[in-house]
Design a protein around this ligand. Structure first.
Ligand SMILES: NC(=O)c1ccc[n+]([C@@H]2O[C@H](COP(=O)([O-])OP(=O)(O)OC[C@H]3O[C@@H](n4cnc5c(N)ncnc54)[C@H](O)[C@@H]3O)[C@@H](O)[C@H]2O)c1
Length: 367
């Protein structure tokens, strides 16, 4: 049996420096089967393990075995974004109440971003906040949603409308869990990996470019290195701007376009990372149109994302006006002006207020 240590490598360790709330991210193969690496962070008598119906049969027993001796219950969410809901939170609260969980309870999230966001929100609100441990099992969750403390559930009126900032005590990213992840989900995570290079680190973007095939074919070292680098970028930004009053907004490169594409296709056609990939290309093309960057970097970014297995073209059937309408509703807009993250080239994203709508429309219409 391969383990993080048996394979000769201690887990990679990244620190999220948030003073008294600082926490480590552990990255490595077999970590879920190595409870000595993480069990001390699961404090308290009562533990609620939150997972989903796809992940529970794959990794649920492994984590549950490590929790023996605690009063632990498992809450299995039906898999899928529609279940990131208040109704499912209520079921989780019922379980916590049923086990008489108190302030020293711990919520453990084992799954993708849907599980992590919902479990985090439950942890943030049960008894006004209890311990929370993230065990992400999708690439997207390992490099993005499990780090940084944003938790949320959806309303029918929109995504992530109810939420809280609540940092985990620990993030455990077992890279072996990615073996069961479908290819499309892996590529969606790679879009977020590429985002960190695109927005703030030209050297990392170049590394991704050179390792695109290795990443797509799940070379373990390349994947682990990508997760570590992505987490280092996110950890640094979160440590400087936890509440997104400034720089953290750069992490939304491609997201305003992406959210509009997801909304215009009723969240059915594209995975979030796929919509973000198209969105990053649109942001790059818009930046070129506005004279902020040349067209060659935008073309190179689209080429890289395509080699990572991602869509990069806006589908012809999407109405530019409808997309713009969704973009106007974005949470990041300041007082009715269109605020976008634009791109001056590799490693250089910038926040721009008051982007002219006619220029955005021109990009959305150019196909
Ligand atoms: N909090 C944040 O900062 C943040 C950031 C980005 C995204 N998000 C949220 O994350 C969510 C998307 O996360 P996601 O892409 O992980 O989606 P997800 O949680 O829906 O997981 C994708 C699919 O993969 C399955 N799965 C998970 N791990 C698996 C594994 N190891 N093997 C096989 N199947 C597995 C899941 O059951 C699901 O069907 C969205 O709700 C989004 O809003 C949050």
């Amino acid at each position: 049996m391969t383990t993080a240590f048996a394979s000769g490598h201690p887990p990679r360790r990244i620190k999220v420096a948030l003073g008294a709330r600082a926490y480590p991210i552990l990255v490595g193969p077999g970590l879920l089967r190595q409870p000595r690496e993480w069990i001390d962070a699961v404090r308290g008598r009562h533990v609620l393990l939150v997972t989903d119906s796809h992940v529970a049969p794959l990794y649920g027993d492994t984590v549950r075995a490590a929790l023996s001796g605690r009063e632990a219950r498992t809450f299995v969410l039906p898999a899928g974004e529609p279940n990131k809901s208040l109704a499912e939170c209520a079921r989780a609260f019922d379980l916590l109440a049923g086990m008489k969980a108190s302030r020293d309870a711990c919520v453990v999230a084992l799954g993708g971003g849907v599980v992590g966001d919902l479990a985090g929100f439950v942890a943030a609100t049960w008894m006004r906040g209890v311990d929370f441990v993230q065990m992400p099992t999708t690439l997207l969750a390992m490099v993005d949603s499990s780090v940084g403390g944003k938790t949320a559930v959806n309303l029918t009126q929109g995504k992530n409308l109810i939420g809280a900032f609540h940092q985990p005590r620990l993030v455990v990213a077992d890279t072996e869990a990615l073996a069961t992840l479908p290819d499309r989900e892996l590529a969606a995570g790679l879009a977020e990996v590429a985002k960190y290079g695109a927005l703030g680190d030209a050297g990392f973007l170049d590394w991704i470019d050179r390792h695109a095939l290795a990443l797509r074919t799940r070379d373990p070292d390349a994947i682990a290195q990508a997760i570590e680098s992505a987490c280092r970028h996110k950890a640094a930004i979160v440590a400087r701007d936890e509440r997104e009053t400034g720089e953290r907004a750069l992490l939304n490169l491609g997201h305003t376009f992406g959210h509009a594409i997801e909304a215009a296709t009723a969240y059915q056609r594209f995975l979030h990372g796929e919509a973000v990939a198209i969105g990053m290309v649109l942001a790059a093309k818009l930046s070129a149109r506005l004279g902020m960057a040349g067209e060659a970097p935008a073309r190179a970014l689209a080429d890289l994302l395509a080699r990572l297995g991602l869509p990069v073209e806006l589908p012809a059937d999407l109405d530019p006006e409808v997309l713009l309408g969704h973009m106007r509703l974005d949470k990041k807009n300041a007082s009715g002006r269109l605020r976008l993250i634009l791109w001056r080239g590799p490693g250089k994203a910038v926040i721009v207020d008051d982007v002219p709508e006619r220029e955005v429309l021109a990009i959305l219409a150019a196909r």
